[in-house]
Design a protein around this ligand. Structure first.
Ligand code: CP
Length: 337
């Protein structure tokens, strides 16, 4: 993959070598994300951060990543405040906004919308989630996290066992992550979901055709056994026609310390793209695991900044200029990572 100027729309764009190059660049961003050093390598550059669906970590971490590289961020956070609400097309919106920015990050509720926008854009576009379809930067940060967590136990991604739990039908993070992990050989996927919310058949077929093992089950406890990583997801209420339809599934699969201890391996990494639904009737990932050393959910969110910095540095082709533009910061920076 040729990164400079590329749109980042799908994990299917990536070869394993691209992923590993991106991860190396992400590793080099640690001193900047940890505020030990600073760079102005993107001084003068402008990011258009356009979110037409709610977001906390994707929007803020893309913005933070751009700021950490020295660039400025302009945001649209609601369709109601955009002229899309007056009937303006994605084509016209893209032609206009790409004249104001050097790169655009976009989240939109419709599958395929970000790709449609990118076709009309004059600058690179990064897909920050297009409806139930894909969330490629989340998959990259998830895989980066898996690699780091497993390597701390002396393991690699090749041959790993991963359980994905919850709404696998509408969850774009699991669609992207499963397709990205399969760049590594001999993966065992245990897909735990209600029958109605199973992983789309075409993704399961692709994983099997590429030589991976896929087990589909509704039995969470047995499905948890023998995995290196368990990746939980929220019931994607916003993708159902009514809240009542989603309520049927809420709270059906919950991981807490007792279940973890009984069914998971002592080293199983616990992940979730967040937000987790912490309402009492859902509580899909219990707070009683908050202090567990294998709970990686906040390391995932921290890693999101590194991976998104790497995406900007590669697509804007400044990754080799960062070190020579860097200096120590001059403010108090002690943090507990
Ligand atoms: N994981 C994720 O996409 O979170 P946000 O919806 O808060 O951006």
């Amino acid at each position: 993959m040729h990164f400079p100027g590329a749109h980042i729309l799908s994990v299917n764009q990536f070869e394993r070598a691209d992923v590993e190059h991106l991860f190396d660049v992400a590793d080099s961003m640690v001193p900047y994300a940890h505020r030990e050093r600073m760079t102005k390598v993107l001084d003068g550059a402008i990011l258009g951060n356009m979110f037409f669906e709610p977001s906390t970590r994707t929007r803020l971490s893309f913005g933070c990543a751009f700021n950490l590289l020295g660039g400025e961020v302009r945001e649209t956070t609601d369709i109601k405040t955009s002229s899309i609400s007056k009937g303006e097309s994605l084509y016209d919106t893209a032609r206009v906004i790409s004249g104001y920015n050097d790169i655009i990050v976009m989240r939109h509720p419709q599958a395929g919308s970000v790709a449609e926008f990118a076709r009309a854009s004059r600058v690179p576009v990064i897909n920050a989630g297009d409806g139930p379809n894909e969330h490629p930067s989340q998959a990259l940060l998830d895989l980066y996290t898996i690699r780091k967590e497993l390597s701390s136990h002396g393991q690699g991604i090749e041959g790993m066992h991963i359980a994905m739990v919850g709404d696998l039908k509408h969850g774009r993070t699991v669609h992207s992550l499963s397709q990205l992990i399969q760049l590594y050989p001999n993966i065992t996927f245990t897909l735990i979901s209600p029958t109605e919310l199973r992983m789309p058949g075409e993704i399961v077929e692709e994983l099997r055709n590429n030589g991976h093992t896929v087990i589909e089950t509704e039995d969470m406890e047995q499905g948890l056994v023998g995995n290196d990583t368990v990746y939980l997801t929220r019931i994607q209420e916003e993708r159902f026609s009514t809240k009542m339809e989603a309520d049927v599934y809420r709270g059906r699969f919950r991981l807490n310390e007792a279940i973890y201890t009984r069914y998971c391996q002592p080293s199983t990494v616990i992940m979730h793209p967040l937000p987790r639904d912490s309402r009492e009737d859902a509580n899909e990932l219990d707070n009683d695991l908050n202090q567990h050393p294998n709970l990686a959910i906040f390391r995932q969110t921290d890693n999101g900044v590194l991976v998104r910095m790497a995406l900007f540095a590669l697509t804007l082709d400044v990754w080799q200029q960062i070190e020579r533009t860097s200096r120590e910061v001059n403010w108090y920076t002690e943090r507990r990572f």
